[in-house]
Ligand binder design. Structure first.
Ligand SMILES: [Fe+2]
Ligand SMILES: [Fe+2]
Length: 267
């Protein structure tokens, strides 16, 4: 069943933190690898608004259903970042505004280039850009949800598991919208299929790659998508991409894991 924008708007909400005891992390801290992953996720969740700024400079802003979705989506993602920030703070780490401001200052030049590149791509692609944007969004949301699930298993912390379960539920709402829109828009336009396939094949990188240092992207891919369970999660995402019109056999996740964690693939 296709999720409509109306049903998503009714469900969109600030993340429910009732009953989440953040002090649990002071008594029972997370392992270093899980904390490193959460720093990445905190920064990427909070970066969503910058991604939105770029998207609103493209034809996406002309579609009122998409702008309604994006308005709710950016709100939910911001609260994901805030919740993860509270986990970091419970470990005595800086989170929220000071950390985000420092990250944005550091990446100011890179962000200007990203913005210009998005505008140029949209000008070239026209309305087909919306199909690409929806497809890219679906893949990012699939990857994010799978990453949270893998982190919950790897960290083995009941409070984190419950927090991530609630975040993953909202990521599921994002997936429903992006994937349905991608499927419909790609099915309608062979040109959109070709452009999307070309862009994914040549430019797709794991979510956060444009903001986070390569060392952190490499670590994250290895930590979350290494081993049999990680490989199975990556393969599931690739199969979902395969089912989108004109996007078969791209193997985006498999290629990313091979490139960023070659030793784990060879093992
Ligand atoms: Fe999120
Ligand atoms: Fe999301």
């Amino acid at each position: 069943m296709r999720t409509t924008i109306d049903s998503y708007k009714k469900r969109a909400a600030r993340l429910d933190l009732d009953g989440i005891e953040f002090d649990d992390f002071r008594d029972r801290p997370l392992p270093p690898a899980a904390l490193r992953t959460l720093r990445y996720m905190h920064d990427v969740e909070h970066h969503t608004v910058c991604y939105l700024r770029d998207l609103l400079l493209t034809p996406a802003h002309q579609d009122p259903e998409i702008t309604s979705f994006l308005s709710c989506w950016v709100f939910e993602e911001m609260w994901h970042g805030e919740a993860i920030g509270r986990v970091l703070e419970a470990h005595g780490e800086e989170a929220g505004a000071p950390r985000i401001a420092a990250l944005r200052a550091h990446h100011r030049r890179q962000q200007a280039l990203t913005t210009m590149s998005t505008i140029a791509s949209a000008a070239f692609a026209g309305r087909a850009f919306i199909a690409l944007h929806m497809t890219w969004g679906a893949i990012n949301e699939w990857t994010t949800q799978a990453g949270y699930s893998r982190l919950a298993d790897a960290a083995g912390h009941p409070t984190l598991r419950e927090l991530l379960r609630r975040i993953m539920k909202q990521e599921g709402g994002h997936i429903d919208f992006y994937a349905a829109e991608a499927d419909r828009r790609l099915a309608e336009s062979p040109r959109a299929q070709k452009l999307t396939r070309f862009a994914l094949k040549h430019s797709w990188r794991p979510v956060g790659s444009g903001v986070m240092p390569k060392s952190e992207v490499d670590f994250l891919v290895r930590y979350l998508f290494d081993g049999p369970d990680g490989s199975a999660a990556a393969a599931r995402i690739d199969r979902r991409v395969d089912r989108l019109p004109g996007q078969g056999d791209l193997h985006l996740l498999r290629n990313a894991v091979t490139k960023l964690a070659p030793q784990s693939v060879a093992a």
